[in-house]
Write a protein that binds this ligand. Structure first.
Ligand code: GLY
Length: 421
């Protein structure tokens, strides 16, 4: 089969690495890919948000499946366009991707279908006074979210009312997030451990896939600003069979059923960001694609061939899938360029990537480029070094041993990913 993966980060490297191992895959492309992905797939110079270019390539190559990594092309309707062109794709339609692309859509769906989430109100540009009054009446901590996609920067967790009021002004008056922030969701802060849960759906059938813990802050001990994710451990150490069944019964299945009942059947991977509050599990956010870097820690544990699983999700055949996992833990440590999540300098050389034979590790590339005979950094999050082991401690030891063998003076990582578990 001929498969195109869309994207060029660590998540897409993990997807390409997994698909390259499938005996069913004859040709594998990744658009645009990166220097590490090039070892597993043929990289094609088409940007992940170039919907016309991607459709034209997939049609020209008669691709049997397109696997979409990032959210932007999903929200822009890539899967709809591929479907119109007769190309099967893994990922939701634009209408279903609103679960990630519009926070107010997601919250209203939860309200309509009794899915537990934080109390909230939605405000638009002309409603700044009402929004301010709501914030003052509710008090802090409180969360202000830009409604649309804002490159991970649209959420302010405000410890004080003053900070929340500033966030309202930034979004509704100053247009800091452009169109994405002309509507905001103001919601109660949910206290408790966060759990990333991935489930696959084909519109009707839903299958739990895997859980993971993401480390969002840039510094050890959760210090410093939020990032796209500095590391992950899978399975999530708090995820028991009973908690998984609660999440499926109270959140995942009602969401998939609600989307179908509302006329937007969801196909692809539903990534639920959950919080285990004192009042039970609540959904903090939905994403409509695999998480990054959680996917890197999830896919190294998958024993099943990934291709038939993704095909089944795109063909309403998930009921035929029996997922198999390795009985192991996995830990991913992200290596980022100095300055991340602020501005970074591209082009610093990275050596020591090869690793020793027999290591239980994989170095997924998130932002690298070939420069002559060498590899250089080409973005903020650059590598996702992943180790597996019989338990979390062994996986962690493997991951950090591999990190320590990489020679990249301009890079850094957190040293406490999966510590103390
Ligand atoms: N790790 C967070 C995300 O993928 O959105």
């Amino acid at each position: 089969m001929k498969v195109l993966v869309v994207g060029g980060g660590g998540r897409e490297h993990a997807l390409a690495w997994c698909l390259a191992a499938s005996p069913l895959v004859d040709r594998l492309w990744c658009a645009p890919g990166n220097a590490g992905i090039a070892a597993d797939a043929d990289c094609v110079d088409i940007a992940a948000d170039d919907v016309d270019g991607l459709v034209s390539f997939a049609v020209g190559q008669a691709a049997d499946l397109v696997v979409v990594g990032p959210e932007a092309p999903l929200v822009a309707g890539l899967v709809d366009r591929l479907s119109d062109a007769g190309i099967p794709a893994f990922g939701p339609s634009a209408a279903a991707a609103r679960l990630e692309g519009s926070k107010s859509f997601m919250k209203d769906l939860c309200r309509r279908h009794d899915i537990p989430t934080a109390d909230y109100r939605v405000f638009t540009e002309g409603e700044i006074e009402a929004a301010r009054a709501y914030v003052r009446a509710t008090g802090a901590p409180i969360v202000v979210k830009a409604d649309g996609l804002a490159a991970g920067k649209g959420v302010v967790v405000a410890d004080t009312v003053a900070v929340a009021l500033e966030a309202l002004d930034a979004a509704l008056l100053e247009g800091r997030f452009g169109a994405a922030g002309r509507t905001v969701v103001v919601e109660a802060f949910l206290a408790g451990p966060e759990i990333s849960l991935f489930a696959l759906a084909d519109g009707r059938t839903v299958l739990p896939f895997a859980s993971a813990r993401d480390y969002k802050r840039v510094g050890d001990g959760d210090a410093g600003p939020n990032t796209g994710g500095m590391g992950a451990v899978s399975p999530h150490p708090l995820m028991t069979d009973a908690l998984l069944e609660t999440a499926m019964a109270e959140i995942i299945r009602p969401t998939i059923a609600g989307m179908a009942a509302d006329g937007h059947p969801f196909r692809g991977v539903l990534y639920a960001g959950l919080v285990l509050t004192g009042d039970g599990l609540k959904v903090l956010e939905f994403n409509t694609r695999f998480g990054d870097p959680e996917t890197q820690a999830v896919l190294v544990r998958l024993r099943s061939d990934l291709l038939p699983v993704l095909l089944a999700a795109s063909e309403q055949a998930l009921h035929t899938v029996d997922l198999r996992w390795r009985d192991e833990a996995a830990v991913t440590v992200v290596m980022a360029a100095d300055g991340y999540p602020g501005s970074v300098t591209r082009g610093s050389p990275i050596a020591g990537l090869a690793g020793a034979a027999g290591q239980d590790t994989v170095v997924f590339h998130a932002a690298t480029r070939q420069a002559g005979a060498g590899i250089v950094a080409d973005g903020g999050r650059v590598l996702a070094v992943t180790g597996t082991g019989a338990d979390v401690a062994a996986a962690r030891t493997a991951a950090y041993a591999r990190v320590d063998a990489i020679d990249w003076p301009q890079g850094f990582c957190r040293r406490d990913i999966a510590a103390g578990i």
